[in-house]
Design a protein around this ligand. Structure first.
Ligand code: NAD
Length: 295
């Protein structure tokens, strides 16, 4: 069992830290938000008042923060404090450049590091069923596997430093595009007089099958657990989808990769957020696709 410092106890980090504590690790957490610290204490995680305090005595540090700037600021502070050899894991979804810089910071201080973004949302974080996509040294990954297993079900080593972040960015570009494709198909079906259930029954067992249809169906009815049945409460907020699509577009620009559908998906989610719907589940973009005056 490890002594773990967990920095960033928000919607994802809070339940992830709680699952580590449940698995028997000694977990101490830190967050700038007093409300997050209160919730963490109620779930068996002890708390600290600063980065310096939370990492003291930890053999492993996990960060789960909003974006690359937050991760780099926190890692810059903590590498100056922790003993060399302390394992650093970032589970946030961040841009490739920041992910590489975080690895470089760790290397300069002789700390092993892994980028380990997740898929599965807040439900997966609470249930301990997240998918981890991990970049970094294979031996370091193997040693950290039990820690990931306390928070997730599928743990995949994607390659060297920042490969986990690359996998996350590519996966979520597929997700953003496929949700728009499924939304467009339902809107067209409506115009053709096809019931939602009939389209679902066909496409879910045919070549149109995908996660956006069978798990997160954007119309109410066919998949009772999808956000469409609950007034599009997230779930996965449209603003977060926009964030991830922007990360993939930045990476495409850097590498010269052609991603015309990713670019269009980013534009549509930008428009949707600008219209004031960023806090809704990302599947609700179907409502904008119905509205000819907007798209
Ligand atoms: P969140 O905003 O709920 O949590 C982030 C937490 O970090 C907040 O509690 C904030 O107070 C804290 N924080 C910010 N700066 C800090 C600092 N300097 N020191 C300490 N704490 C600090 O966000 P979230 O939904 O938990 O997402 C976290 C990361 O996970 C993001 O990168 C997001 O893209 C990714 N992610 C989110 C989901 C999701 O469904 N919410 C799914 C997969 C991945």
């Amino acid at each position: 069992m490890n002594t773990i410092a967990f920095i960033g106890l928000g919607h994802m980090g809070g339940p992830m830290a709680a699952n580590l504590a449940k698995a028997g690790h000694a977990v101490r957490g830190f967050d700038l938000s007093p409300a997050s610290l209160d919730l963490a204490r109620a779930s068996g995680v002890s708390t600290a008042g600063s980065v310096a305090e939370v990492v003291s005595g930890a053999d492993l540090v996990i960060t789960m923060l909003p974006a690359g700037t937050h991760v780099l600021a926190v890692w810059q502070e903590l590498v100056a404090i922790v003993p060399s050899g302390t394992l650093l894991i970032d589970c946030s979804t961040i841009d490739m450049d920041s992910a590489r810089k975080a690895h470089a910071l760790a290397e300069a201080h002789a700390c092993p590091a892994l980028d380990a973004p997740v898929s599965g949302g807040t439900g997966g974080a609470s249930a301990g069923t997240l998918t981890f996509m991990v970049g970094g040294d294979a031996a370091v990954f193997a040693g950290a596997r039990p820690v990931f297993e306390a928070m997730g079900k599928k743990i995949i080593h994607c390659g060297d430093a920042s490969a986990g972040q690359a996998a996350k960015i590519c996966n979520n570009m597929i997700l953003g595009i496929s949700m728009i494709a499924v939304g467009e198909a339902f809107v067209l079906g409506e115009r053709l007089g096809l019931s939602h259930q009939a389209l679902f029954d066909v496409a879910s067992v045919s070549s149109g099958q995908c996660w956006s249809l069978t798990t997160y169906c954007p119309v109410p009815g066919p998949v009772p657990t999808s956000p469409a049945n609950h007034a599009y409460q997230p779930g996965f907020a449209a603003a977060l989808m926009l964030k991830d699509l922007k990360l993939s577009q930045a990476a495409a620009e850097d590498t010269g990769a052609l991603t015309p559908l990713g670019a269009k998906a980013a534009l549509l989610y930008q428009l949707f957020s600008d219209e004031g719907f960023g806090a809704q589940d990302f599947s609700s973009i179907i409502n904008m696709l119905r509205d000819k005056s907007v798209v």
